[in-house]
Design a protein around this ligand. Structure first.
Ligand SMILES: [Cu+2]
Length: 467
């Protein structure tokens, strides 16, 4: 079983490596398409519309263009796809074009004449351009195709300027950015755990105290997560996350005495590359290649009945102490009013930390659906399943017979949560592209290798801003 999981990870890592290779080779592909463009004398300045600002500006421009042009566009739907055929390109649009419209109609006869490629040869090209009424295409941002594009590309436009174009806020690394775009974010997470469980059954503190002299009764974990995303290219986004962790645990001793410990500090910094492999048909897929660095302390200490400066057990530590890989895949889909997505992310611990143990590997699978109610609000429903292993090795300074949290074999578990989310988005004005979102998660299934504290609920609230 364990071996199988590891092999799965190896496959993921292999896939991620291939993606990286593909990134290295992509300049070559770009060269080819550039050459093709030059052959057709197209100054092709196309950019895919993953950028919220571009999208919004474009919408406005289209409206203006529609009003003034002798060409009336049949569709306001845009194709943000580089695979668009250039064969049908009209030479008189020999201008910088940023965007592509799938078709246009209601063209006057005169315009049709001009648009017919057979009429445009050599010098005629210039003539055509010059004789074109009002020359509305000069400086336009539209590249016109003279026939409908393939169904796979028709009207299939991922719209990033929506409240639900970002997943529920507790999901990370689920979207990418266009080249040069930066997003900063702040998330606050609060997780409440009270009572313990063995397998799927609750176990009382009294029962645990028959076996251990001390038991945890309650734990609160807060996290302040500072994030930054940057679009290196239109298909590759870099994401960095810096968590600040605050943990607080209540205990009860067999003698009936309660005490509290807490720990706080920087957690493990995580850097992730997000590489998009598909963006069409209003669907997107990207790979997540993350690495977590052991910046969080595994030496957190506090006062306990055993003394004033005692090493705290595993769940009170702030980091894993190991270099961790986080490979994953994210899928997104969208219609005019609905959106959905899913993500699978693994956590693979590399090696053993300086205190001679490593946390268990983890696999997380989530899927969500969201309904857009307006330009600025959407709600979501999400399901998340998580499985994580026991600790291997042990910190020899912790005595596993004193308290369950010091026992490396009582750490694993499986949990399924339901998440209810609200996303708010600022579609215009000074704060446009700003986002405020909240998600509340409750477990519907918990199976723990315990006695282990059970999670009762988790709240995540976040602010995001891109520019
Ligand atoms: Cu972002």
């Amino acid at each position: 079983m364990n071996f199988g999981v590891k092999r799965g990870y190896c496959c993921l890592v292999a896939v991620v490596s291939l993606i990286c290779l593909d990134t290295l080779l992509s300049p070559a592909k770009a060269e080819i398409s550039k050459e093709q463009q030059e052959k057709k004398k197209i100054a092709f300045n196309y950019k895919p519309l993953t950028n919220t600002w571009d999208y919004q500006d474009l919408q406005k421009k289209i409206e203006q263009e529609k009003k003034r042009a002798s060409l009336v566009f049949n569709s306001s739907v845009l194709i943000p796809n580089q695979k668009v055929k250039l064969d049908n390109f009209q030479p008189q649009y020999e201008i910088l074009s940023s965007y592509i419209l799938p078709e246009f109609t209601n063209i006057t006869d005169e315009t049709k004449q001009v648009l017919n490629p057979n009429n445009i040869q050599g010098e005629n090209t210039h003539k055509s351009v010059n004789s074109f009424p009002e020359k509305p295409q000069i400086n336009t941002d539209f590249l016109l195709a003279d026939e409908p594009l393939p169904p796979s590309q028709q009207g299939m436009f991922w719209n990033p300027a929506r409240p639900d174009s970002h997943a529920p806020i507790a999901v990370m690394g689920e979207h990418i950015h266009s080249e040069g775009e930066i997003m900063v974010s702040y998330r606050y997470m609060l997780m409440e755990m009270e009572g313990s469980r063995v397998g799927t059954d609750d176990i009382s503190d009294e029962k645990i105290l028959e076996q251990f002299p001390v038991t945890p009764t309650r734990m609160t974990m807060q996290m302040h997560m500072f994030g930054m995303m940057y679009g290196i290219t239109n298909n590759l986004t870099l994401m960095a996350m810096l968590p600040y962790v605050v943990k607080d645990m209540d205990h009860m001793t067999r003698m009936g005495r309660g005490f509290n410990t807490d720990s706080e500090g920087i957690g493990d910094i995580k850097v992730t590359g997000l590489y998009q492999v598909l963006n069409e048909n209003r669907q997107r897929i990207h790979f997540n290649a993350g690495m977590s660095f052991p910046t969080g302390s595994i030496e957190a200490r506090d006062r306990t009945p055993a003394g004033p400066d005692q090493l705290l057990p595993y769940p009170m530590q702030l980091g894993s102490g190991t270099l961790d890989l986080n490979p994953g895949i994210t899928y997104l889909g969208q219609t005019d009013e609905w959106s959905w997505g899913s993500q699978i992310i693994g956590t693979l611990r590399l090696g053993t930390n300086s205190n001679s143990y490593k946390f268990g590997d983890q696999i997380m699978l989530t899927a969500w659906g969201a309904r857009k109610w307006s330009d600025w609000a959407s709600t979501s429903l999400r399901i998340k399943g998580k499985n994580w292993g026991n600790i291997s090795g042990k910190d020899s300074r912790l005595n596993p017979s004193i308290i369950p949290t010091a026992d490396p074999t009582r750490r694993g578990g499986t949990q399924i949560d339901l998440g209810f989310g609200l996303n708010l988005f600022v579609p215009e004005g000074d704060l446009r592209t700003g986002r405020l979102a909240i998600e509340f998660e409750v477990p519907i299934y918990r199976a723990l290798q315990g006695p282990q504290l059970e999670t009762d609920w988790q709240l995540t609230a976040g602010l995001q801003f891109s520019f």
